[in-house]
Design a protein around this ligand. Sequence first.
Ligand code: NAP
Ligand code: GLV
Length: 309
Amino acid sequence: MDILMAVGTPHASRWMQAVQCVLPEAHVRAWRQGDDEPADYALVWKCDAAALKPRAGLKAVFNLGAGVDALLAMLPGVLVEAPIYRLEDAGMAQQMADYARYGVLHHMRRFEAYRQQAARGEWKALDAMHRRDMPIGVMGLGSLGEHVARTLAADGFIVRGYSRSTKTIDGIQTFGSPDGLDAFLEGLHVLVNLLPATADTHGLINARTLARLADNACVINLARGMHVHEADLLDALDSGKLAFAMLDVFTHEPLDAAHPFWRHPRVMVTPHISAVTLIDDSARQVADKIAAIEAGRAVTGRVDPSRGY
Ligand code: NAP
Ligand code: GLV
């Protein structure tokens, strides 16, 4: 079996080793400019669009991440014909839940305000916030969002969820898109974003949607920068509508050194690390899916390019 690896990150050789380890019989090669030789499977992440050209024998393309926005953006020019699969959880859901929980607790226990008071040597108890008074909304209830929503609900929070189709999840009040959006947002104290980046979700966190949240709310963006209208978010922070934003992803990454998010007193910036790809776990998941395809079994995580995720 021929596996083509097109990984445009510093971890390319780690990926090669991990894939060779889980598929010891396979011939694994790194894509190089001009390689249009046959392959059974292509494993890609941040790759050159030329690696995605149709090639003889290709049974599937595996996107070595959860988000397929960058891959789908390249498709119109290259027209790969094979089905595309993406990573499903592969150890990312727990990381997302840890990150979201940290943000929620930071906001609820008012740690940012206490940190600022401490810097001034000020000893003053602020009004406490309680779980029952601060509903949390999770946008996107897929491999990652559903786990985050369930984790927060298991922690005793009141949790709502928003997805394209309306879902039934024990202990979570769910809403479908687009009709349920306003009811989902109404009075939320924390908005956690785990949507995929598609034409429908572009700029969804904007002045209109932020206005529906409770005053002094918090936004935690774990998905993509394109979901947030950055100027509207800054206005909401400056007007006091938002008390805190925890942002892991940005329209332009790395975030420009002059961007106001870096120095805003109520914004926490992290460099796209809310869920890092675990290479060994991910290689194992891809190998299991390849085994299923070879055996003619059904495989989950297929991307629908017309839907955008
Ligand atoms: P997923 O399994 O494809 O789930 C996507 C969810 O979003 C589904 O529940 C889907 O609804 C919902 N959705 C799609 N379009 C919608 C719309 N227009 N309105 C409302 N809901 C909509 O994706 P995932 O694996 O959970 O990953 C989510 C995103 O996280 C990725 O696309 C990626 O951008 C981001 N991510 C970020 C990092 C990081 O480190 N920051 C790491 C990994 C992933 P249905 O259930 O009805 O289909
Ligand atoms: C990372 O952002 C991913 O989509 O896997």
